[in-house]
Ligand binder design. Structure first.
Ligand SMILES: Cc1ncc(COP(=O)(O)O)c(C=O)c1O
Length: 403
């Protein structure tokens, strides 16, 4: 039987009947900030408060209690920047937060976040004035001294900023070999308070050493002139494992805070014990037996070699679940892991259950969580999706609940 788009639509309109016959399914859903119009089958994201706390303590131990500037950009790595900031702010290990988008910085202040916020992303002169007025600290790497003079004059107060030095990543930052005149210029202005100086590694282990040398030499030369550079920081999650010599005055991780190893090999190094702080879940919407020779997915990507049970989970690439999941990822249902088969479409994935009907409509399907076998790193290893895509690409409209 050919499985058309229409077939899926018809299955969709049958859902309320399913719900009606099983009202406890909706009630069984965890408390969620999503609107009451979300179906109880729709995917949701869980944020694990205790795992977040644990990871921060673990990072702090690793960096000998240096302050942690928590990177919560891109919607807090999929969990919601405000959610994460509110959970992390009370922890004394957290110095402040870093975001890329100006609107994220403002939304943190709107939500009552009081710790320092570093804006890693771009701004124009008006944006800058607005940001400074709300205590948001810009990352600077061009000759914007005159703009800073005007803002400071109006406020009667120096503008705090961090200077970004490009030691080889080549995206933003003043090139290290041109940094000295820029830093001298900024440091010489009454309008400027240099609160920090930073760089980003390329995460190429050999070149990282050269980057570190460039940064250290640049900073040392400036400090020898008497210039105060504020807190120096360079370490995102990768250097937490690889470069203890780059911890400087503060560290700047994202992924490690969320309990996910940015490289799979880090899992087995015993350097930090990280616990994933986010899960992606949904409920099975349909389970059926394919007959030998039946197909599933667009282009009939899956052909049943024998009679086999399959289940449909209402999560697809529009939710942030990558298309490559169909190339090896597994989904946990009732404690067992089942392979994603066929194709991941915008709103659906299909899993192969096997010869027996082990899965029923309404069962919780876990796409990733903190359990071994279904951690984000396991999904990444199985199908090649980056853990950064698994988290940051989660559709911001999915309901998030803190558990
Ligand atoms: C400038 C900067 N610092 C820190 C981070 C945090 O990186 P990670 O999530 O790998 O710890 C990022 C993220 O890409 C970044 O762009």
């Amino acid at each position: 039987m050919k499985c058309s788009r229409r077939t899926f639509l018809e299955a969709g309109v049958a859902l309320p009947v399913v719900l009606h016959s099983a009202p406890e399914l909706a009630a069984a859903r965890p408390s969620s900030p999503g609107s009451s119009q979300d179906s109880s089958f729709d995917p949701w994201v869980e944020i694990h408060r205790e795992n977040l706390r644990h990871n921060v303590v673990e990072i702090s131990r690793r960096v000998s209690a240096r302050p942690i500037l928590a990177v919560i950009k891109n919607n807090g790595y999929g969990m919601g920047a405000v959610n994460i900031a509110q959970l992390l702010e009370p922890q004394p290990e957290i110095f402040g937060f870093a975001v890329v988008k100006l609107h994220e910085a403002f939304s943190l202040r709107d939500a009552g976040i009081r710790k320092p916020i570093l804006l890693l992303g771009p701004f124009d002169a008006q944006n800058l004035a607005d940001a400074v007025a709300r205590g948001i600290v810009p990352m600077v790497y061009t000759a914007i001294g005159p703009v800073l003079d005007k803002i400071a004059a109006k406020r009667q107060q120096a503008v705090s900023l961090h200077i970004c030095v490009d030691t080889g990543i080549g995206r933003v930052g003043v090139p290290y070999h041109q940094a000295t005149p820029l830093v001298r210029d900024l440091a010489g202005r009454k309008s400027v308070h240099i609160a920090g100086t930073m760089m980003t590694f390329t995460e190429d282990p050999d070149f990282d050493k050269e980057q570190l040398r460039r940064f250290t030499e640049t900073c040392t030369a400036l400090e020898t002139e008497g210039i105060v550079l504020g807190k120096k920081h360079a370490a995102s999650s990768f250097p937490l494992f690889q470069h203890p010599d780059a911890f400087f005055d503060m560290v700047r991780p994202g992924m490690a805070i969320y309990g996910i190893y940015s490289e799979n090999e880090f899992r087995h190094m015993g350097i930090m014990e990280l616990r994933p702080a986010l899960s992606l879940k949904a409920r099975v919407i349909y389970a059926k037996k394919l007959r030998k020779g039946d197909s599933a997915g667009y282009n009939r990507a899956y052909m049943a070699k024998e009679d086999v049970w399959v289940a449909t989970v209402p999560v697809g690439h529009a939710d942030g679940w990558p298309r490559v999941a169909a190339q090896g990822a597994k989904i946990r249902i009732n404690g067992d892991l089942y392979p994603v088969i066929a194709t991941v479409s915008a709103s659906h994935s299909i899993v192969e259950i096997g010869a027996e009907e082990k899965v029923r409509v309404g069962d919780v399907a876990t796409l990733f969580d903190a359990q071994s076998g279904s951690r984000p790193e396991d999904v990444s290893e199985a199908c090649g999706a980056s853990v950064y895509d698994l988290t940051m690409h989660l559709n911001p409209l999915l309901p998030r609940s803190i558990v």
